[in-house]
Design a protein. Structure first.
Length: 482
């Protein structure tokens, strides 16, 4: 008998004007968001290729490796089409050079404030806002609406149990909501293929899990709608209650959790961190140069009585000593920077853990965090790329040193007792060969990594669905149909 109820419920939805309008709007927005995401991805790929090529062209014109301005560019991931996440908030590249800290700069939002003001319309946003509202619109009067119209008594005039009726209702409503979502994602997948997006097997697997997350999230609000409809006797009341729940779950809880975590666990800003690093670096360099000046005076004073042939080895030893101390100074700056950033990231991680723990009482936060993990655009994206760029910087620095990247050589000649003259020889004018120069590789973010990161949030969404289903089922068994 439940099959008959499910068929009737599905047929009633499919034939209603409300369904046609809601389904058309949701399908249009989902397909349009995927199409816009594809165009946005292509534009970013073009910027990436131009930036890398320009950097290589400039490097190939140099005659000494020490004058090369190298940079590491972040290659766009096709999964950003589905979930933009923090992708537009973090920089697109970082300068890689001696004495420069690795830091992603020039984010899309910094270059285009308009985009920052209105955010990016991606499928995650459409599912998060539009589909959840449509799920509520379909089910807010699923039970009390039948009672108000008098059809509930007529249905139970036949030999039909409440359990069969509520199961049929839920299945029929779920199939009605699933239909436009499934069609939209199938069209979106076709668009990805037709527009030449290079989706790997890993990306298609993550695409499948993204669809699963969307179904779980939409189902959660559908079950919640039936649950509230069974708890109230008037459809106008259930609609208002659901609207308040939706506002709290989607709009208030995620932002409130972030604000509370920021208050409970304050973290220094990036500007404060950079100010500390700059102050330490400046102080270390001042101390190095003061010490070098003092030692040079003492050394040249002691060399005054040396024979000309004895001065050159002494000067060479002094230069070697300066180079050793300079490396020690730079290493101390690097070590201090590493300690400061490690402490910063640890504090940030604790703050994010608290914020996410508070936010996850909302299914909207669970869905958004899961899709960001699947897309690789989660809050850990910046650290992953900067860590990979730091490794690349070490690799590139070693390569430059092996290539003999030096700026100028100093030649000191003796012109008599107590007198020396010096000259600086510039680098050779032959162009360097960049064919073997190390290339930056994006950090590995595999299918297993993304799914493992999203499993906990998907599990929470599943638990919410189970609780909402049990709640709707139990409440309807006690529902007063008079």
């Amino acid at each position: 008998m439940w099959k008959t109820i499910a068929e009737k419920e599905l047929r009633d939805h499919l034939q209603s004007t409300r369904f046609l309008i809601a389904a058309s709007v949701s399908m249009l927005l989902l397909v349009m968001s995927i199409w816009m995401g594809i165009n946005h991805y292509k534009a970013r790929m073009s910027q990436y290729e131009q930036g890398v090529q320009m950097m290589l062209d400039l490097a190939s014109q140099q005659s000494n490796w020490m004058t090369v301005t190298n940079s590491a560019w972040r290659k766009p991931d096709p999964m950003e089409i589905l979930s933009n996440g923090v992708n537009s908030d973090i920089g697109r590249y970082s300068d890689i050079g001696r004495g420069q800290d690795v830091r992603l700069v020039r984010s899309e939002y910094s270059d285009d404030p308009m985009l920052a003001a209105f955010q990016f319309l991606d499928p995650t946003f459409v599912v998060l806002i539009v589909l959840s509202l449509i799920a509520i619109l379909f089910t807010y009067n699923a039970i009390n609406g039948e009672k108000e119209s008098g059809t509930l008594k007529l249905v139970f005039a036949n030999k039909l149990s409440k359990a069969e009726y509520i199961i049929g209702k839920l299945i029929g409503s779920w199939l009605a909501i699933l239909t436009p979502v499934l069609i939209s994602f199938l069209i979106g997948a076709l668009l990805l293929i037709l527009m030449g997006i290079n989706f790997s097997a890993s990306s298609w697997g993550r695409f499948g899990f993204f669809f699963l997350a969307s179904v779980l999230y939409t189902t959660c609000f559908m079950l919640l709608g039936v649950f509230i409809s069974a708890m109230t006797h008037r459809s106008s009341v259930s609609f208002l209650v659901l609207l308040v729940i939706w506002i709290c779950a989607v709009l208030i809880v995620p932002k409130a959790a972030t604000m509370l975590a920021g208050r409970a666990m304050p973290v220094p800003t990036v500007d404060e961190i950079e100010s500390r690093l700059a102050s330490y670096s400046t102080q270390a360099r001042i101390e190095f140069f003061n010490d070098m000046t003092k030692r040079s005076r003492e050394r040249f004073r002691s060399m005054a009585d040396m024979k000309p042939e004895e001065r050159q080895p002494a000067i060479a030893a002094f230069q070697q000593e300066n180079e050793t101390k300079r490396k020690e100074m730079e290493q101390s700056i690097t070590d201090y920077s590493a300690r400061v950033y490690e402490d910063y990231y640890n504090q940030k991680a604790r703050q994010e853990l608290l914020a996410f723990s508070l936010a996850k009482i909302s299914p909207a936060s669970q869905f958004q965090l899961a899709t960001m993990k699947l897309g690789g655009t989660d809050v850990g994206m910046k650290k992953r790329f900067e860590d990979a760029m730091k490794e690349y910087k070490a690799q590139y620095t070693n390569y430059v040193q092996q290539k003999g990247g030096v700026g100028f050589s100093v030649a000191i000649k003796s012109s008599g007792r107590g007198s020396t003259t010096g000259s600086m020889a510039g680098p050779p004018q032959q162009k360097i060969d960049i064919s073997e120069m190390p290339k930056f590789k994006d950090p590995d973010y595999s299918f297993g990594t993304s799914v493992t990161g999203a499993l906990f949030d998907l599990g929470l969404l599943t638990i919410f669905n189970v609780l909402a289903f049990v709640g709707a089922f139990v409440v309807f068994l006690r529902y007063d149909m008079r």
